[in-house]
Design a protein. Structure first.
Lengths: 32, 461
């Protein structure tokens, strides 16, 4: 696997982490 | 004991927090628009030459100056987050309100998608191995994340990005007129003045909005300003002056440094002009400026589109679910998150010019409705006092009538090149108008002006 494939994959992971954090926080707030 | 008097920090609140200052309003307006000086405006040159571009700059500039005067007066009076949407709701009716709310939302979401695509394209041109899709997604998610976490942090970021990008234009212009920034060739002005005759000059008007598209959004921060009656007019008019200066300087440096036939088709004209100047400092500065201005624009559009969606939801044009405000960050968090899938869908369509044309038509629909709202506002509330109208614009409502005329003229020029986009967009908004007008006709007479705005009852027109 090439370096740039890994870098592109890491960028996707960072994006999904941010989306996941926002959704989890929104769910936590909504439950209150 | 304290539990009895302290609110739960994770309990949803119902209103936005008032923290913004005039420079935030400036950052929001200029941040969204300045990208238009870095790219896009130069299509006016392809249609109408340098003279057509200058005319488009002046005609569109006149229209936007008048739109921002209308927006400042309405924003300072109503102090509501929905901006053009709220003005149409209060002074025109529910159908017009929904139409404007939708148009503002689409204008900014499409712009956000276009900005993200451009950032990804720049990244790919610097590092060819990197892919466009993940960078586009990264821009959208990171800026949505910033807006989710708080409006002050998001707009402070916008201020830093926009200010740097504006300084880059200023430095380029200063170096150019002092002869340090490359050889400025006046022959370009003569050879490429009017390549397509008078029709070309007229057709160039359709790209004139690029210089200023979205400045009216600065007034949408009114509900989150500490002193909206001062901050909105000050921030917005300062923003408009900044843009007029930036547009003039951009046209000057680019027209002398890039031959007209190349300028009309350039993707990044300011960056290309810097490259042609041969000064390494300018190349780096304008590359940074191009990147920063795209990020600032995408960031500002998320802020504005989410507020428009929030306002539509709060007034039950949409499900009230979207009108929740985050208890900790004081942002309309569900509306902010909802900008993400729509922007991603637009961005991944890949049709940059189609996306931007839809944004321009949506903007022009707003530029008809904003002055129309002001005309209605002046008829309904003719009183000039600090409570109803803390900021009084000059020469109204005549400027409002002239603004509507200019917006319709610019809209008509889209028939050269984007006829079907124009027809589709207008049809889309016509259907939206009749649908919402029919569904929410009852809302038209339900305003309690005293309770909602603290105003006396309006004069019936």
């Amino acid at each position: 696997m090439g370096t740039w494939t890994i870098i592109n994959g890491v960028i996707y992971l960072v994006c999904f982490a941010m989306i996941g954090w926002m959704l989890l926080d929104a769910m936590k707030v909504a439950k209150k | 004991m304290t539990d009895e008097i302290t609110n739960d920090p994770l309990e949803e609140s119902t209103s936005l927090v008032k923290t913004l200052r005039p420079y935030h309003v400036w950052a929001l307006g200029v941040g969204i628009v300045l990208v238009g000086e870095y790219m896009g405006w130069n299509f006016t040159v392809a249609k109408g030459g340098i003279l057509g571009s200058l005319l488009a700059l002046l005609v569109a500039g006149t229209m936007y100056l008048m739109v921002s005067l209308c927006a400042s007066e309405l924003g300072a009076s109503t102090k509501l987050a929905g901006g053009p949407y709220d003005w149409a709701r209060l002074f025109v009716g529910p159908g017009a309100a929904a139409l404007v709310g939708l148009a503002v939302y689409m204008e900014y979401i499409a712009l956000e998608a276009a900005d993200s695509i451009v950032v990804a394209s720049i990244a790919e041109s610097i590092l060819p191995e990197i892919q466009v899709f993940p960078i586009t997604l990264l821009v959208i998610t990171f800026l949505t994340f910033m807006n989710y976490r708080g409006v002050v942090a998001a707009l402070n970021l916008n201020f830093a990005l926009s200010f740097t990008a504006f300084i880059a234009i200023l430095v380029f212009f200063a170096m150019s007129i002092t002869g340090v920034g490359g050889v400025w060739n006046p022959g370009n002005l003569i050879s490429g003045a009017i390549p397509n005759g008078l029709i070309g000059i007229f057709a160039a008007l359709q790209f004139g909005p690029w210089f200023y598209l979205g400045i009216e959004g600065a007034a949408m921060s009114a509900e989150e300003c500490k002193h909206p009656s001062r901050a909105v007019p000050l921030g917005q008019q300062a923003g408009m002056i900044t843009l007029l200066l930036a547009a003039g300087m951009t046209l000057y440096v680019c027209s002398g440094l890039i031959p007209t036939d190349q300028l009309g088709v350039s993707v990044y004209p300011l960056y290309e002009a810097a490259t042609n100047s041969g000064v390494q400092l300018l190349v780096v500065l304008l590359a940074i400026g191009t990147l920063f201005t795209c990020l600032a624009s995408a960031n500002g559009t998320i802020c504005d589109s989410s507020r428009s969606w929030y306002a539509l939801s709060r007034d039950q044009f949409l499900t009230p679910w979207f009108s929740a405000v985050h208890p900790k960050y004081n942002t309309p968090y569900r509306a902010v998150i909802f900008t993400m899938p729509i922007a991603i869908a637009f961005a991944f369509s890949g049709f940059l010019d189609q996306v931007i044309t839809f944004s321009i038509v949506s903007g022009l629909v707003c530029y008809v409705m904003i002055p129309f709202s002001l005309i209605r506002f002046r008829k309904m509330f003719p009183q000039h006092n600090n409570k109803v109208r803390p900021f009084v614009g000059p020469l109204q409502p005549w400027l409002a009538y002239f603004t509507i005329f200019l917006a319709l003229v610019i809209m008509s020029t889209l028939q050269w090149g984007y006829r079907y986009n124009l027809i589709f967009a207008l049809l889309f908004y016509a259907i939206a108008y009749f649908y919402f007008n029919r569904r929410y006709r009852s809302l038209e007479v339900s305003h309690d002006w005293g309770e909602e705005m603290g105003w006396p009852e309006p004069v019936r027109t």
